[in-house]
Design a protein around this ligand. Structure first.
Ligand SMILES: [Zn+2]
Length: 410
């Protein structure tokens, strides 16, 4: 599973410095970076896979690198650490749905069921966190192996169903483009379809709000769908993730340790849709995540507008969408939807001429600038940043309450 945050986040280490260069998505640099990221950091879609690989490695090296006792100790250590991680996932409200579903399925396995029965907890997978410590190393390893096979079967079934689901998703998005709901360039639409891979991922590998969902990773051109997303919700979830993939971006390559032997390049977006991933420093200042999700899900809702009421899927990001609606109307003047949408789909191309400024350093971001002008007039120039800080600190629900109380001031 790709992680968005680099290893130094949350640690005391200073992130390494780098030279940043904005690049075009059609540049050879981006294509090369996609290939490297995909092979160096593949989407590991199943919980416990790397643990089992380590265990295999220790067993294979008994009598070579390790004595039997030393190997067994190492195996216990990796399994123990993984079991602790599993326990943490059982406690987390982002993954406890997934751990319960995982155990419920495993407990139905005819080989595993008697072993669970022995530790006296086979009836209540929801209470898994209370009995994880009773799962022996041996049973835990079997559980991980069972999961690999279980997920392999699910991924095979998913691969069979995917073409039909994707066809429906693309048709819906194409209709939105034809109607003018989605200002996506046809060439961008086709290019991104070609450049994006879709994976079914273990629910335990996806720490997402609500316990299930999807994610889009620009760095790898990958959409990940949680295996625990119900079949009926997959089309809607995929539509949401594909909109992230079609949304506008500003890509940057970062050259670390330039000129040295350790030099390496990473390409990632500075901005995706409304989400500014990072600015000067890699670990900091992710901005407007809430706005990006609220807009993505609102666009999905518009694509399902003509669907009969009873057949509409359930839409997520309720609080973020409510905040977006308030943000649009509560200022001194309204912020029109199309101003937001144009900013959402705006691609920054550094190799094209900016027609508005005749600047040869790229297309610039006129749609984003137009939006910020509207926000300044409706509120004040720093309003979006201030609001974003409130959301980060207190969540969208609280931010909305504060906004309603202050009649639009934060
Ligand atoms: Zn999203």
């Amino acid at each position: 599973m790709p992680r968005e945050t680099p290893p130094w986040v949350g640690s005391d280490f200073e992130p390494p410095t780098y030279k940043l260069k904005k690049i075009d998505e059609q540049s050879p640099e981006y294509k090369a970076s996609l290939e490297i990221t995909r092979s160096a950091n593949p989407v590991v879609a199943v919980f416990g896979l790397s643990v089992l690989e380590d265990v295999e490695l220790y067993r294979r090296n008994i009598g070579v690198d390790y004595s039997k006792t030393a190997a067994e100790q190492k195996i216990k250590k990796v399994l123990g650490a993984s079991r602790e991680e599993f326990k943490r996932l059982c406690y987390s409200n982002k993954t406890n749905h997934a751990t319960a579903a995982f155990l419920r399925e495993a407990m139905h396995d005819p080989h595993l069921e008697p072993q669970f029965r022995k530790i006296g907890s086979y009836l209540f997978p929801e209470l898994a966190f209370q009995f994880v410590h009773r799962i022996s190393y041996k049973l835990y390893e079997e559980l991980l192996r069972w999961r690999q096979e279980n997920m392999r079967q699910k991924q095979e079934a998913f691969a069979r169903e995917l073409p039909a689901v994707q066809e429906a998703v693309f048709l819906r998005i194409q209709r939105g483009m034809d109607k003018g709901t989605l200002p996506i360039d046809q060439r961008v639409f086709e290019r991104r379809i070609k450049g994006t891979q879709v994976f079914l991922v273990d629910g335990l590998e996806m720490e997402l709000e609500g316990g299930y969902g999807g994610a889009f990773y620009n760095e790898q051109g990958a959409i990940c769908i949680g295996e625990n997303v119900p079949f009926s919700a997959r089309e809607k979830t995929l539509t949401h993730e594909w909109l992230h993939a079609f949304s506008g971006n500003t890509l940057a390559s970062r050259i670390f340790e330039e000129g040295s032997e350790q030099a390496y390049t990473m390409v990632s977006p500075l901005r995706l849709g409304m989400h500014f991933k990072d600015r000067e420093r890699y670990q900091s200042s992710s901005r407007f995540w809430w706005l990006n999700e609220a807009m993505t899900e609102s666009l999905v809702m518009k694509l399902y507008e003509d669907e009969p009421t009873g057949q509409k899927p359930e839409f997520s990001y309720v609080d973020e969408r409510a905040l977006l609606e308030a943000f649009m109307v509560r200022g001194k003047k309204e912020i029109p939807w199309n101003i937001l949408v144009n900013a959402y789909f705006e691609n920054y191309n550094p190799t094209l001429l900016d027609t508005s400024t005749q600047n040869t350093r790229g297309t610039g971001v006129p749609a984003w600038k137009k939006l910020t002008t509207f926000v300044s007039e409706a509120y004040h120039p720093r309003f979006l940043v201030t609001l974003d800080n409130v959301v980060k600190q207190h969540g969208a629900k609280k931010a909305l309450a504060i906004m309603q109380r202050n009649k639009g001031r934060t």
